[in-house]
Ligand binder design. Sequence first.
Ligand SMILES: *Cc1c(COP(=O)(O)O)cnc(C)c1O
Length: 411
Amino acid sequence: MSVFSPEEIAAIRGRFPILSRVVNDKPLAYLDSAASSQVPEQVIEAMATFQRTTRANVHRGVHRLSQEATEVHEGLRDRIQRLLGASRREEVIFVRGTTEAINLVAWTFGRQKLNALDVVLAGELEHHANLVPWQIVAAERGARVEKIPALDDGTLDFEAYERLLDSLPVKIVAIQHVSNALGTIHPVERFVQAAKRRGVATLVDGAQSVPHMRLDVQALGCDFLAFSAHKMYGPTGLGFLYGRYELLESMPPWQGGGDMIDKVSFSGTTFHEPPWRFEAGTPHYVAPSGMNAALDFVEEIGMERIAAREHELLEYAQTRLREIEGLRILGSAPHKAGVVSFVLEGVHHYDAGLFLDQMGIAVRTGHHCAQPAMERYGVTGTIRASFAVFNTESEIDRLVAGVIRLQKVFQ
Ligand SMILES: *Cc1c(COP(=O)(O)O)cnc(C)c1O
């Protein structure tokens, strides 16, 4: 019994205008939602309508348009609070995306917290966005970043992690919830709780989890969590940082400018309370209208059903791909999101990507901004198919047929 009937799947697909595109004379099979998901018509329409009717800067004017724009913006803050189960709306900070959210934490909290010889622990599979900012700030502070080793199946070694927590001066744990490279869903609450018991701060990279499953930051217990709107059927240039209020209050500002201040004079400046202290300058104020529509879309279908459907697609893809000789799937964790990463004997991932594109199939190839993960599994890159609620079994069949043809051409 499938999660959706064929009619429901057709209706969902019909809501995404881009899915009717033709690429290289073939219908587009978009299997790259882990890089960026597509947007339904209602998101495009909401942003266009906002531009036509409401466009104005937020938090500034007393005029009608500015007030309406501010209502949309601050209304989205409430909605993200509910989405994440945060205890107050002031725990939600608007940023450009996951990368900016993590940089914000590294440059404020991290810089304040880290002293010489201190350690940041990061998973071996982290996206570069959850590794490089820590390396830069750690270097400045004379601290260092150490890895939580990954096991052969694509999970993280929890015992090794606890040993590291007990033997090193760890101040911060930075860990992904779901691997964008392999699809592993890490039992992140266990990792967070283990850090918490030892008084270590935690940041969860939720870029691949928030769009695909229900989560609750209070149940997780993390101090920070980051995600991007563009991976959740929403607009680019918008993301969110959740931070526990007590910590946000203790953190210095990051960027200075308009909107983040209380009083400014040449003898000194005082800063606004969180979250506004961390929101300098004009935000991407058109994007919240689109994100509201994206959240409507997710609610209309239901996160549980989206997750169930993506799991169905994952299982189908893994079963079909395993039938192919000379194909190796990386990552066999018991819990995986809708991401399947594989390598082909004798075929470079770059050639595979070009070949599949000729067939209208959009997959990601390369290191997926996770070079340490690639190194861990002894590859330079993989071919990655990732799923969203609009994908179908027949698109996966096309991928499988494409791979088989590709092998014939290259071998
Ligand atoms: C995409 C991604 C990021 C970076 O997100 P941006 O939107 O590019 O800032 C970070 N971590 C993971 C796991 C990702 O998949």
